[in-house]
Write a protein that binds this ligand. Sequence first.
Ligand code: TYD
Length: 134
Amino acid sequence: MDRLIKWIEFPPLGDDRGSLVALESDKSIPFNIKRIYYIFGTKQNITRGKHAHFSLKQVLLCVTGSCKILLDDGDVRESVILNSPTKGLLIESFVWREMSQFSSDCVLLVVASEHYDESDYIRDYDKFKRQVKS
Ligand code: TYD
């Protein structure tokens, strides 16, 4: 079983006007939603993220466009392409993430289980590796 790459499908509620996706706390999103943010207008050849979290969980999805997500649990490293508004990637705590290859139209939506808290970040990769081993 794939430990790292956890997809969540969001079935679109479509009719002849188009499509709609609803994200609900503790339902389609498997945690209590405390924060939503989105990343857009990312310049070429930029890598974002480069951190892990002690307790934060997130679901990432591209509302438009695409980007690449690298995940690393200190043991396994895997990359996936996010390119669908109906398919989210669940990132658990203690997973290092890097986002790159943003298309110019990419809007990366992030649904988070906690409010913003800098003390929850592990921004140093060596520290992350030590934390996951302990
Ligand atoms: P940063 O953590 O560098 O973004 P990323 O992990 O996507 O590369 O965040 C950029 C800036 O925005 C930084 O100054 C922290 C701030 N920020 C908030 O104030 N609230 C938030 O919810 C997030 C995600 C970032």
